[in-house]
Design a protein around this ligand. Structure first.
Ligand code: A3P
Ligand code: MG
Ligand code: MG
Length: 354
């Protein structure tokens, strides 16, 4: 099948396709047993972390309760959420935000291979991450330091949130020694449109500023991130070039306006906290050499989605495709996969489509 060349990027440096503000359809939670509930029980409230004394992001590392990385949940949670709606929203694509983020950043992360599975039912294309033994091994962590850094991201999240609003002194005290449990999650399911593509997606949301409003809750959501302190020009450049791009894409796609970055030193101690507005991120890198352009991300993702639509002609759960990006050729390709592979859509979901 015809492949999609990432280059030349110059053709994406033009006015971007319209992107509609994401509208939340519903939200759900996973509890500490990874049981899904169609409510906000795991939604957390933002309260700035205390830096006096500076907390260690490696604290309680050995206590953490981690999800089994070898369990592939596919997009079951998102499908279950859609089943709970009175009717299926009309859309061209259904996928978690992570897959969209990947498409957005590909023009600037040319060395990062990726692979997704896709299937078309009627007009709608469902996409999931293609999880391989290699990706499971990566998730499991490779070295002690790598594991600690992964942990520090979650630990920072627990240091920034409280279970109810407003925060009490007791809650602020309790979170200092809280045990990180990566089973727990709060997810927002939303619809948006990129160019002509109507997209239904779901995103894990770290926390919210104040009580959740009935209208436009995503305007109150906040993403929490960690990074090494930017103490050299090289670190600063790498942060702006790669991390800020990923922060921007991830938050922009879900309509999340604020990112709080916690900067840790080499010993994992939290030294500084910075709030960066999602909409200010592109301005921070604009006009600088080797940086990214949000218009390129939007145009590129729009074109890739069109390419996927054009080349996934076959319809029905028996036909599944694999979409891969190959860093060697810097091309995206689509192939159909072994028809004996069971559909990644759940039997319940398929039944609901009639
Ligand atoms: P950081 O992003 O601060 O490093 P998220 O920020 O997307 O809510 O994810 C929370 C944390 O989970 C991350 O914190 C990181 O520690 C870990 N994490 C998420 N995705 C990861 C990935 N693909 N590889 C390694 N760690 C990941
Ligand atoms: Mg998170
Ligand atoms: Mg986060």
């Amino acid at each position: 099948m015809q492949r999609f060349a990432v280059h030349p990027l110059s053709k994406y440096r033009r006015a971007p396709p319209a992107f509609t503000e994401p509208r939340e359809l519903l939200s759900f939670s996973y509890d500490n047993k990874r049981t899904q509930h169609m409510d906000n029980r795991e939604l957390k409230y933002y309260h700035p972390p205390t830096l006096d004394p500076p907390p260690s992001l490696f604290h309680n590392f050995s206590q953490q309760i981690r999800r089994d990385p070898s369990v592939n949940e596919h997009i079951d949670g998102l499908l279950t959420a859609l089943l709970s709606l009175p009717s299926h929203p009309a859309s061209d694509f259904v996928m978690y935000r992570g897959m969209l983020t990947r498409l957005f950043v590909t023009p600037y992360c040319l060395r990062d291979a990726w692979s997704m599975n896709a299937t078309r039912i009627g007009q709608t294309i469902y996409i999931e991450d293609h999880v391989t033994d290699e990706t499971i091994a990566q998730r499991g962590g490779s070295s002690e330091m790598h594991e600690k850094l992964m942990y520090s991201g979650y630990r920072f999240e627990t240091l920034c949130v409280v279970p109810e609003t407003p925060a009490t002194d007791e809650m602020l005290q309790q979170r200092l020694d809280a045990v990180v449990d990566t089973h727990c999650e709060y997810c927002s399911v939303f619809e948006t449109q990129l160019g002509s593509h109507r997209i239904v997606s779901g995103a894990e949301v770290d926390c919210i500023d104040g009580p959740k409003p009935d209208h436009h809750p995503s305007r109150q959501y906040r993403e929490l991130k960690t990074a090494h302190i930017l103490d050299t020009p090289r670190k600063r450049e790498s942060f702006d070039r790669f991390k800020l791009l990923k922060f921007w894409a991830q938050s922009f796609i879900a309509g999340i306006p604020q990112v709080t970055v916690g900067y840790r030193d080499a010993d994992g101690v939290l030294r500084q906290v910075e709030d960066i507005r999602t909409q200010d991120m592109p301005r921070r890198v604009r006009g600088q050499p080797r940086m990214w352009d949000p218009n390129v991300c939007l145009n590129f993702a729009d074109q890739v989605l069109s390419y996927i639509k054009t080349h996934m002609r076959m319809e029905g759960p028996e036909t599944q495709y694999r979409i891969t990006y190959d860093p060697q050729t810097q091309e995206i390709g689509i192939v159909s996969i072994d028809p004996s592979e069971p559909s990644f859509l759940t039997p319940d979901f398929l039944a609901s489509l009639g």
